[in-house]
Design a protein around this ligand. Structure first.
Ligand code: ATP
Length: 161
């Protein structure tokens, strides 16, 4: 699914000379295909908008910050990371990027930015039971991290979920 979504952006990758890399994406997760693709499209379009050199890497990993997640996620969840090597987000902008209409410092680069993309992603992730967060550093790039449940979770956890 992730590769299909990335494929839609292939001309932009080629045109901007950006690389794309996938790692550990063979896991099955509990999600809604259409809405998960919507979130990925928003996140990827941002990554491409704010990355001028290098590229994008998409990979999964075990949850790395247990404190930040509910117990159920720590047992059954994985993180899907969309990492870019773009301009990054200033630490003072970071807490506000999911706000409706917030375009931040980077928004000035692209005057057409509406500041709705991440706001909608957050809303969709909440509905799907996923979590979305961002880690970023100016000059290094940005990680958008989506925490999802694996497809096969225990029956008792399904009930609680
Ligand atoms: P649009 O929704 O029209 O694409 P937008 O990109 O400004 O507009 P969001 O997707 O909500 O809106 O992003 C909010 C802000 O977060 C952006 O204006 C930008 O400052 C910052 N941002 C988001 N993703 C990245 C990224 N990958 N790299 C750097 N900055 C980012």
């Amino acid at each position: 699914l992730i590769k299909q979504v990335v494929k839609k952006f292939s001309t932009i990758f080629i045109y901007q000379h950006l690389t794309v890399e996938f790692k550990d994406l063979d896991k099955e997760i509990l999600t809604d295909e259409k809405w998960f693709s919507f979130v990925l499209e928003q996140v990827l379009s941002n990554a491409l908008k704010y990355t001028k050199t290098g590229g994008i890497k998409i990979f999964s990993r075990d949850i790395d910050n247990l404190d930040a997640h509910q117990e159920i996620f720590s047992r059954n969840g994985i993180e899907i990371v969309i990492r870019d090597t773009g301009v990054g987000i200033k630490s003072e902008d970071l807490p506000r990027v999911f706000e409706k209409g917030y375009t931040g410092y980077n928004g000035r680069i692209d005057k057409k930015a509406s500041g709705l993309g991440l706001y909608m992603c957050k809303g969709v992730c909440d509905k799907l039971g996923h979590k979305i967060r961002i880690e970023s550093e100016v000059g290094r790039g940005t990680d958008v991290i989506i925490t999802v449940l694996r497809e096969k979770i225990s029956a008792s956890d399904v009930k609680r979920y």
